[in-house]
Design a protein around this ligand. Structure first.
Ligand code: F0G
Length: 459
């Protein structure tokens, strides 16, 4: 794959200065951060690829919307605007605002999992897994086996393994499964898309066994762009039509607005059932705030209403996915392994392959993230065994299917020369890969430990 690119469909009106520390300073900073990138101050980071979540650059239209935002406690104008936009895009009648994706999970998952033992997903994102566990259930991942081979081309590596799903349902008992979740795109598998055919098939299985079907819609627009490119039925459909096909027949969805809706804060819950919506609203009032603002300020709601439509613009999506394809193309030329074909919001470098001498319990993807910071002030993160954590029943370190160092690209923020800096840094690291050492954890909390754990390099 040649490093192709699509030029930015915007120009830059406001800039944020960046500075690069010296290598010596960076080594000191990462040691002071206990080798946990979440403890680094952003002023000490040159290119921040920690996440594509809430790190987006808003448009001039959205900034103008910030001024228009209505801050009324109840019935604000922006509430009606966002309702209308979300109902139209997601084709669901009932929409509830919340302050971010995990808030949506906190409100909705305990309702779906009441008296149940399991949630099954193509893959749970870490906060989704946490909320399943907090609700007293267990989270089971059921992605297609093609996803596990990072070198193998497959159009839809995010798909649910539907045969295995049905087997799980039979083994565990449909009555014990509270919800089947489809995460689009499949973040933990590498921002990999899910086909509409697979969504339909999964939905049909859920229906057959009377289990609720939920979409984790954080990257619904990027997923739809891939569907348009790769699923022949949708070649001539608009992004909006593909989103409608994606959500058709789903019982409910949770969404972090901080990704494809191109804002810095926000989340949504949607559903089709009025009775379920009544329960959602009640829980939302106690956790998030009154139903017409759901934990958000009016200005943020207004920006969201605008971002929802900017995020489904096809030219924007072509440039957006094009950035991943450019970076992935440069890495491929240099023989750096990554989840291929590249996904929608990030390049997931395969640290298991790049650092084969580091075992999963010494966290190769975390080691590579730290190396990237030392090399060029780039902040990436581990999506591997370090993030997965310990078995909640036995307390033993789990082995993740992947050891990814994720280079998540914020929307509309970095230029092509930033992408070149990232590629060049990885090429330099590859030269000395065999000298890189693993890490051990010296302090960790029981849930979502990767955010706050402290680590030390192994000798
Ligand atoms: N679901 C998925 C698929 C996600 O990727 C995220 C967040 C969430 C739910 C939770 O949303 O952050 O708004 O509470 N992902 C970010 C990431 C944090 O870096 O991938 P949130």
């Amino acid at each position: 794959m040649k490093p192709i690119y699509y030029p930015e469909p915007f120009r830059i009106k406001s800039v944020e200065p960046l500075k690069m520390l010296t290598r010596e300073e960076r080594e000191k900073k990462i040691a002071e951060a206990n080798y946990n990138v979440f403890y680094l101050a952003s002023r000490d980071v040159y290119i921040d690829l920690l996440t594509d979540s809430g790190t987006n650059a808003m448009s001039s239209q959205q900034w103008a919307g910030v001024m228009v935002g209505d801050e009324s406690y109840a019935g604000a104008e922006c509430y009606y605007r966002v309702q209308e936009a979300a109902q139209k895009i997601f084709t669901m009648p009932y929409i509830q605002l919340v302050h971010q994706g995990r808030a949506a999970e906190k409100v909705l998952l305990p309702i779906l999992l009441e008296g149940k033992k399991y949630a099954i997903a193509n893959m749970h994102f870490d906060t989704t897994r946490a909320h399943v566990e907090l609700a007293g259930a267990r989270a089971i991942d059921c992605v297609v086996p093609e996803a596990l081979d990072t070198t193998k081309y497959y159009d839809f590596k995010g798909n649910m393994d539907t045969a295995r799903l049905e087997q799980y349902i039979k083994e565990l008992g449909a009555e014990n499964i509270g919800v089947i979740i489809m995460t689009i795109t499949n973040n933990s598998a590498g921002g990999q898309p899910v086909s509409v055919a697979n969504i339909r098939e999964t939905r049909a299985i859920a229906k057959k066994y009377g289990i609720k079907f939920m979409i984790d819609a954080a990257r619904y627009a990027e997923n739809s762009y891939f569907v348009k490119q790769r699923e022949p039925e949708f070649k001539n459909k608009s992004i909006q039509e593909i989103i409608a096909a994606t959500f058709e027949g789903a019982d409910c969805f949770t969404m972090s607005s901080k990704k494809d809706a191109i804002v810095n804060m926000g989340g949504l819950i949607g559903c089709r059932d009025k009775a379920l919506f009544e329960v959602i609203k009640q829980r939302c009032i106690s956790f998030e705030g009154f139903i017409t603002y759901g934990g958000m300020s009016g200005r943020d709601i207004e920006a969201l209403a605008i971002g929802l439509s900017e995020g489904v613009d096809e030219h924007y999506l072509q440039y957006r996915i094009g950035q991943m394809q450019y970076l992935a193309g440069r890495l491929e030329e240099a023989g750096i392994p990554f989840q291929s074909p590249v996904g929608g919001h990030a390049v997931f470098v395969d640290a298991k392959k790049l650092l084969p001498h580091i075992p999963y319990y010494e966290f190769p993807a975390q080691a590579l993230a730290i190396e990237l910071y030392k090399e060029a002030g780039i902040r990436a993160c581990d999506i591997g065994s370090y993030m997965l954590g310990n078995d909640p029943d036995t307390g033993k370190q789990l082995e993740a299917d992947f050891e990814f160092t994720r280079l998540a690209i914020p929307r509309r923020v970095y230029t092509q020369s930033h992408l070149d800096v990232i590629a060049d840094a990885l090429i330099n690291i590859k030269e000395r890969a065999s000298t890189i050492k693993g890490y051990k954890i010296v302090e960790e909390p029981p849930i979502l430990r990767h955010f706050t754990a402290k680590l030390r390099p192994l000798d």
